[in-house]
Write a protein that binds this ligand. Structure first.
Ligand SMILES: Cc1ncc(C[n+]2csc(CCOP(=O)(O)OP(=O)(O)O)c2C)c(N)n1
Ligand SMILES: [Mg+2]
Length: 360
């Protein structure tokens, strides 16, 4: 069973904690409250999407991130605006935390022209170039070589940005994982690889598919790749690990592989009941006790950085924002059928080539 006890839980390079003082990483109270707000936004947003899905307002697949919010919030908050984020298909939270407006994400899920991918992508293909959010990729592992390419482009242009690449534990057994990590190490690319190890690829527990289950250990196959395993239920520990990985990428021009130990509270997708037949109810309930939102709100309240009334007010404001995003989506038009072939291929050809040249 993938209980908290049976899984490794973090050797992140965070500072040692004093007796019963939480390590707040020197963050300002406002920054800490924003981390909490972002996690609540991801949670409330997805609760709403589950409701809309059941009402038939959202079509296709819908993979919820509930339980894993600390990974997206901790990691993306460590970035600068000109850095890049790329993700797999469980990416609503990453898009929201990166700054894609809730209404643009919701409208995309509803298949509306006002969505961040103009209603042509849906849940697994969120994209927003204005905040350097490069997707949303449905094929497991397919975006890792793209992240290496982004890292290469940064290096080629002499920039000091970083590309943060999220993927699940099952992606580490895909060939593209090896190819991408190998090239990133060889070419010293500023990529931070984040494995969101939630113990399962659909209904298969990682120990049944991976020869090495300490996934972070795979970093040693790619010399120069820094690595850390971190408690992915603790947003501050994730933040500390990614702060360091980002520093390494920016200053030392080296990639890192970070394994965040986390858990999804819901099923693989809306088609999968929350515990299914492949995991025990007690296992899910055990992890729910480690809810990253409640952990941070307790920490902030105990540290005197927030009152429980302020927490409730924050939650209320987020719920309002989410409700408004659903109303916006509902009222938005669907994309026109005449655009069905748009956005699949680029119309721009580099280096003065014209469309016909590509057929020669
Ligand atoms: C190449 C490929 N094979 C199979 C699938 C079907 N599939 C979709 S999600 C998934 C499991 C992926 O699990 P993981 O990488 O751990 O991510 P998680 O769903 O846990 O976030 C599989 C096998 C796919 N999308 N792409
Ligand atoms: Mg997984």
């Amino acid at each position: 069973m993938a209980t908290k006890e049976t899984r490794a839980h973090g050797n992140a390079p965070s500072k040692p904690e004093a007796a019963d003082q939480p390590d707040l990483l020197g963050l300002e109270p406002g920054e800490l409250r924003e981390l909490l707000r972002l996690m609540i936004l991801a949670r409330r947003f997805e609760e709403k999407t589950a409701e809309s899905y059941q009402l038939g307002k959202i079509g296709g697949f819908l993979h919820l991130y509930v339980g894993q919010e600390a990974v997206a919030a901790g990691a993306i908050s460590a970035l600068r605006e000109d850095d890049y984020v790329i993700s797999a298909y469980r990416e609503h939270a990453q898009a929201l935390v990166r700054g894609v407006p809730a209404r643009a994400v919701m409208a995309e899920l509803y298949g509306r022209a006002t969505g961040c991918s103009k209603g042509m992508g849906g849940s697994m293909h969120l994209f927003d170039r204005s905040v350097n959010f490069l997707g949303g990729h449905a094929i497991v592992g397919s975006h890792l070589p793209i992240a290496a390419g982004v890292g290469y482009a940064i290096r080629y242009r002499g920039g000091d940005q970083v590309c943060l690449c999220f993927f699940g534990d099952a992606a580490v057994n895909i060939g593209a994982f090896h190819e991408a990590l190998n090239m990133a190490a060889k070419w010293e690319l500023p990529v931070v690889w984040i494995i969101e190890n939630n113990a399962y690829g659909m209904g298969t527990e990682i120990s049944r598919s991976a020869a090495i289950t300490e996934l972070v250990d795979r970093a040693c196959a790619y010399e120069g790749t820094a690595s850390a395993q971190v408690d992915g239920m603790d947003v501050l520990k994730v933040r500390a690990a990614i702060d360091e990985a980002v520093r390494i990428a920016r200053e030392e021009k080296r990639p890192s592989l970070i394994e965040a130990i986390t858990y999804r509270f819901m099923g693989h997708s809306m088609a999968d009941p929350s515990h299914g037949t492949y995991r025990a109810r007690e296992e899910v309930e055990g992890w729910r006790e480690d809810d990253p939102i409640l952990s941070l709100s307790d920490t902030l309240i105990e540290a005197g950085l927030m009152t429980s009334e302020e927490y409730e007010e924050m939650d209320r404001a987020v719920i309002e924002e989410v409700e408004e995003s659903a109303e916006f989506a509902e009222a938005s038009p669907r994309p026109d059928e005449s655009h069905i072939y748009d956005l699949a291929y680029s119309d721009e050809y580099p280096h003065g080539l014209d469309r016909r040249d590509s057929w020669r």
